[in-house]
Each structure stands twice: as C-alpha cells, then as structure tokens.
Design a protein around this ligand. Structure first.
Ligand code: C2E
Ligand code: MG
Ligand code: MG
Ligand code: MG
Length: 288
C-alpha cells in the first residue's frame, strides 16, 4: 500500500515538474521580447520620514504586464531573468526609467533602485550606470542602489571594490532585506553602506514573536551606531510604525503608508490623519 502510494506520488509529481520547467522556459522567451514590446512599468512605493510625515524617497519596483499572462510578479520572473542573463538589459531599463522619472516628473527627489546580484557582478555594470545617469542629468545622490546580502558572500574583495566605486560615483548604497541571509554583523563595518533595510519578516514578528522587539531595537541601534540610516520594510500596522519610530528607525516603508503604484498616483505627503494619529500615540508613549 505505502509502496504504491509512493509510486503514485512519483507519477503525479513528475508532470508537474515538467510543467514548471516548461513555464520557466516560456517566461524566459517572453522576457526577451518584453522590453521591445514595452511591457514593463516601474511602480513607486514611498519611504516616509516619521518625524515629518513627508516622503523622503520612493523605491522603484518593476512590474510586468504580459498580454497573455496578465500581471506577473517580480518574484516569478526576476529569478528567471537572472538565470538566463536577461536581467542585464532589464536592469538597465529599470535604471534608465528611474532616471527618466527623476529628470521629468520627480525633479530633485530621490529614488531607490534594486540591483540583482547578477547585475552587480556583471563587468559592464559600473560603466552602464555611469553613462545612463550622466546622460539623464540626474545627480547620482538622488539615487540609492539596493543590494542584497547574497552579493557579499562570494568574493569580498570585488564586492568591496564595486561598492566603493558606486560611492565614489556619488550613489547611495543600501543593504536590502537585512537579516535574511547569512548576514554577518561584520559586513556592516566592512562595507560602505549608507542605509540598511530591515527585512519585513522582522517587522511582521513585532507583537507576535516575543524576542522580536529586542532584535529589532538592537538592529536599529547597531545600524545607527555605525552611522547608517535604518529603513524598515513591510510596515503594515500603526503599532509597528509607532514601535519602529520610537526605536529610532529613520524611515518607514510599507502598505500602511502606500502600496507600490504607478507614477500617476504618487503622492509627496502621506495621509495627514495617519500622521497625526501617529504623533498622538508617540507623545502618549513618551509620557508613559
Ligand atoms: P524588495 O526589494 O525587498 O522590495 C520590497 C517588496 O516588498 C516589494 O515586493 C513590495 O511590494 C513589498 N512590500 C512593500 N510593502 C509591503 C508591506 O507592507 N507588506 C508586504 N507584505 N509586502 C510589502 P515586489 O514589488 O513584489 O518585489 C519583490 C522583490 O522583487 C523585491 O524585493 C526585489 O528584490 C525584486 N525586485 C522588484 N523590482 C525589481 C527591479 O526593478 N530589479 C530587481 N533586480 N529586482 C526587483
Ligand atoms: Mg528593495
Ligand atoms: Mg531588493
Ligand atoms: Mg527588501
């Protein structure tokens, strides 16, 4: 009986596997055409300074509208683009588009751009960024590049050089999804990051997992103690926002303040009602 079901599982499982491989292969082919067909769009999500309630910056997040598949999540196509190398032209498009938005619709503002580890290690990376930003007339300090920890594991030396070059060129650099990888605390002093982005899993644990408050507070203290800005990702509730802000977090990002949205819907200030409620609760927390 158990042997049989084991066998059945194998037979049922296998076509599924093939379908998944097939799907990835199709996505790979379609991704190659997607740029020419203008199927990508950059959405923007605000980063809020809780002290003023103003939008300090926006994170650029790519969206793919495929005519046949509809809306495809970055989580479903970025890995395919990375495996096939298409991430290089796609990443350049993202950067060019971010510069275009900054030079036309968001003058003087700031945007952060995600950089895939594959892009980061690609030999033409620095030259491509330099040329695009130069042509756009945007000042590099209006752009922060978000890089995940996985970039740093392999070859220290090279990663360090690239990060230093980016800094020399005038870009800001942020360590994205901090705390999710094999993050070693020594990374923080070894690499020249301006910002760390506290992964949203830590934020989601606030009020749920006992140790979460202590861990989050320690990361914020550590980052700030090393002179970095600390940004929290995935802030969904006002309680999370209050705690993070009272703990010294410099900026907050999450659905509470705004979802990623097309440029036409971008607002420069966040909901005044929400901000006054936050201020009231922070004062109250201070008094207690
Ligand atoms: P990320 O860089 O950590 O981006 C933040 C992700 O969290 C975004 O997912 C955003 O929509 C989501 N998010 C923001 N606030 C909340 C919240 O309050 N709750 C929850 N549950 N989620 C929230 P998205 O847009 O689906 O992107 C997923 C990942 O795909 C990104 O993670 C990034 O690693 C990658 N990605 C997105 N755009 C690009 C791009 O242009 N280039 C590259 N290389 N990667 C990108
Ligand atoms: Mg990011
Ligand atoms: Mg990222
Ligand atoms: Mg992140």
């Amino acid at each position: 009986q158990s042997k049989n079901s084991g066998r059945n599982t194998w037979h049922v499982f296998r076509p599924g596997m093939n379908a998944e491989v097939e799907r990835r292969r199709e996505i790979e082919v379609e991704l190659k055409q997607a740029l020419d067909r203008h199927e990508f769009e950059l959405y923007l999500q605000p980063r809020i300074d809780p002290a003023t309630g103003s939008v300090s910056s926006h994170e650029a997040l790519i969206r793919w509208h495929n005519p046949a598949r509809g809306f495809v999540n970055p989580g479903d196509f970025i890995p395919v683009a990375e495996a096939s190398g298409t991430i290089i032209p796609i990443g350049e498009w993202v950067f060019r588009e971010a510069c275009r938005l900054l030079s036309t619709e968001l003058p003087g503002q700031r945007v952060s751009v995600n950089v895939s580890p594959v892009q980061f290690r690609h030999p033409g990376f620095l030259d491509a960024l330099g040329e695009i930003v130069h042509r756009s007339g945007v000042h590099p300090d209006q752009i922060e590049l978000e890089i995940t920890e996985s970039v740093l594991i392999d070859d220290d030396r090279r990663a360090q050089q690239i990060l230093r070059s980016l800094k020399r060129m005038g870009f800001g650099v942020a360590l994205d999804d901090f705390g999710t990888g094999y993050s070693s605390l020594s990374y923080l002093s070894r690499y020249p990051f301006d910002t760390i982005k506290l992964d949203r899993r830590f934020v989601a644990n606030l009020g749920v997992v006992n140790s979460a408050e202590v861990i989050v507070r320690s990361i914020i203290d550590l980052g700030r103690g090393l002179g970095m800005k600390v940004v929290a990702e995935g802030v969904e509730t006002i309680d999370e926002a209050i705690f993070l802000s009272a703990s010294g977090c410099n900026e907050l990002q999450g659905f509470l303040f705004g979802r990623p949205q097309p440029l036409s819907q971008v607002q420069r200030w966040c909901d005044p009602m929400l901000m006054s409620e936050m201020r009231r609760r922070l004062l109250q927390a201070d008094a207690d």
